[in-house]
Design a protein around this ligand. Structure first.
Ligand code: BGC
Length: 640
């Protein structure tokens, strides 16, 4: 018994000893593993000094794979973050978090002077800060150079896309995009959130002017030309270097949202719901993206709209199966401003959903630290496969290599910003974008005219003719833009010494004598996005009054509408002799005078149908209206 007791004791002691040894071993093992993990975290694989990714002669895919092999999960997550530059707390964060990209959203400009050179200095400062990181990965900088590098005072401001749609010439669009890219790269910015491939089916939408047209064919043609113009290598540069990354946006069905469906309570239609329609997807919404992909577009931005109940940034079928799969898009997918966090759920689950859906870079645009933490946690917890992260980062890095960012690319010649030749191109684009809608008495072009009276809210207002996305997100309603020419100035210059040009915004001219011609330049004040959603786009009472006064004091009246979309004018049209749609022409007002005086012909046509009355606001792609009545002017109408 004693023996058996002793045996049991010694057995227990032996067991205890074994258990103790095992526990110690496990603990030791844990410590070793933990140390390893920690050392892996704190001392990730260091690249050799001659790492292949630093060698510009190697193919991009080799460089990307090499770089990826040194990257920690945190570093990968950082590359997926797109941050508004005003949200960077400290420049050193660029290296600490390995932030992939920055943007100037909503008029975010350099502090201090706002000139092309201060933009260049600001971007250089951020780039240098990003290169302080372990792997020296340069940050990418993006802007909305939607109609020229128009964030920058002094840059050439081209007509907004709707005007280029009226001109309808892919060669012109490509040249405009090339000039825009040159002005951007002069400031060290190589990523443009353009072209816009939306198709506005309802002119009440505040982004109608950002699109070329509502016709999928025209949008496809001009969108691809724009992509080529931005991305084509600079003359004399390496043939493989992409000049400026283009962004085909907004994927997909944007422009077909229903009125009243917006998820943003301040808006009506912008950020609304696109009724899911597989036929329309195939025949109307996808073709322009297909063409952009064929033209080699580097990035695609998913919209803030929903496809039925699903926010686009959460739509795995559309992003991964359709865009990356069927269309074969191999660039990177970026989400739109805060769009990922509009996905129902919390910050963690929204990011997980978007990344799993196929978003490669998240326009956060604010809090990068929790984003990086969430992505790391999601991979560690198995909510996002690491292969998905690697795929996303590969796509982003490919674009950075293609731009030559790792190879010491330096900004282009600063004198190109607002240069004479770019302004001449913009002036030509303005002339070609004008659409003559009425000319009953052959009032235009102006010939044998001795006296002209000019009136209207947009005659001497460069901010109105430039529209939004010019220096400020919502534009500037006023006469400020260095180097620009107003429509009035253009008319004065061209009219010359033998023609008397008088101007009064309200049309208050001395009574008693009459002028040969009155020119009313009327239209809309600038607006961007949902702030421009408007239940009844039409002329203001002030502009109507100015036209009426010209009517009373001039033999003939020409109305020029400066606007981002057609306006309701059916009740007034009969009292005007001539009508011109000038869209949002930008900085070169002389382009309008060139056509008014017959130096250039009227050649533009309507890129969208012009409704006659309210029931026609929403017009189907085949031109049919809800009430089956004829529009005022059909798409592609224009007198020549
Ligand atoms: C717009 C995008 C734009 C982005 C960055 C968003 O509000 O929808 O078109 O590119 O802001 O400015």
């Amino acid at each position: 018994m004693y023996t058996s007791f002793m045996k049991k004791r010694s057995l227990r002691a032996a067991r205890t000893a074994v258990a103790a040894i095992a526990a110690v071993s496990v603990a030791l093992l844990c410590i070793i593993v933990a140390e390893r993990v920690l050392s892996e975290r704190t001392e990730p694989p260091a690249p050799p000094a001659d790492a292949p990714y630093l060698n510009p002669d190697l193919p991009i895919n080799v460089r990307v794979n090499d770089l990826l092999s040194y990257m920690t999960l945190e570093e990968k997550a950082g590359q997926m973050a797109l941050v508004d530059k005003n949200s960077v707390h400290d420049d050193r964060d660029l290296a600490t978090y390995g932030i992939g990209a920055l943007l100037s959203g909503a008029g975010a400009k350099p502090s201090g002077d706002d000139t092309a050179m201060s933009w260049r200095d600001m971007v250089a400062r951020f780039t240098d800060a990003s290169r302080e990181s372990r792997l020296k990965i340069p940050v990418l900088y993006g802007v909305d150079a939607a109609h020229g590098h128009a964030n920058v005072p002094g840059a050439t401001v081209f007509p907004h896309e709707i005007g280029l749609g009226a001109a309808g010439d892919p060669k012109l669009v490509r040249a405009v995009a090339r000039a825009t890219a040159a002005e951007m790269s002069a400031t060290g910015i190589y990523w443009n959130f353009a072209p816009d491939l939306d198709q506005p089916r309802d002119i009440r939408w505040g982004r109608t002017y950002e699109a070329f047209s509502d016709d999928p064919e025209l949008v496809s043609l001009l969108g691809a030309a724009y992509v080529r113009g931005l991305e084509e290598p600079v003359l004399g540069g390496a043939s493989s270097t992409v000049n400026v990354l283009a962004t085909a946006k907004h994927f997909v069905g944007v422009g077909s949202m229903a009125w009243g469906s917006s998820s943003n309570r301040d808006f009506k239609i912008d950020q609304g719901t696109t009724p899911p329609d597989e036929d329309a997807l195939e025949t109307e919404y996808l073709p322009a993206f297909r063409e952009a992909v064929a033209a080699g577009v580097s990035s695609v931005m998913v919209g803030l709209n929903s496809w039925g109940d699903t926010k686009l940034a959460a739509d795995r079928h559309l992003i991964t199966d359709v865009l990356k799969g069927d269309l074969g898009f191999d660039g990177f997918v970026v989400s739109d401003w805060y769009g990922v966090y509009e996905i129902p759920g919390n910050d963690y689950s929204s990011a997980v959903t978007a990344i799993n859906a196929g978003v490669d870079m998240v326009m956060l645009p604010f809090d990068y630290e929790p984003f990086v933490r969430n992505v790391v946690r999601a991979v560690e917890d198995g909510d996002i496969p690491e292969a998905r992260i690697d795929d996303a980062v590969r796509r982003v890095l490919r674009a950075k290599f293609a731009l030559g960012l790792f190879d010491g690319r330096t900004p282009g010649d600063g004198s190109v910003v607002g240069s004479k030749s770019n302004r001449a191109l913009a002036r030509e684009a303005v002339a070609r974008s004008l659409v003559l809608l009425k000319n009953d008495r052959d009032t235009l072009p102006l010939r044998n005219v001795e006296t002209i009276r000019v009136a209207g809210s947009a005659a001497d207002n460069i901010g109105r003719q430039a529209g939004a996305w010019t220096v400020e997100w919502q534009g500037i309603d006023g006469n400020w833009l260095p180097g620009a020419t107003s429509i009035l100035e253009g008319i004065r210059e061209r009219a010359g010494a033998n023609v008397t040009v008088a101007y009064d915004k309200n049309g208050d001219f001395p009574t008693g004598d009459r002028a040969d011609v009155g020119i009313a330049v009327v239209g809309e004040a600038p607006y961007a996005e949902g702030w421009g959603d408007n239940a009844r786009p039409s002329l203001t009472n002030d502009d109507r009054a100015a036209i009426a006064k010209l009517r009373a004091s001039c033999d003939e009246v020409v109305v020029i509408i400066v606007s981002g979309r057609p306006l309701l004018i059916s009740d007034e049209l009969s009292s005007w002799d001539a009508l011109v749609a000038a869209w949002l022409p930008g900085s070169e007002g002389e382009g309008v005078a060139d056509v008014l005086f017959g130096d250039e012909p009227f050649s533009g046509v309507l890129p969208v149908p012009w409704p006659d009355h309210e029931a026609q606001f929403s017009i189907a792609v085949d031109g049919s209206t809800a009430d089956h009545t004829a529009v005022l002017f059909p798409r592609y109408f224009g007198l020549h």
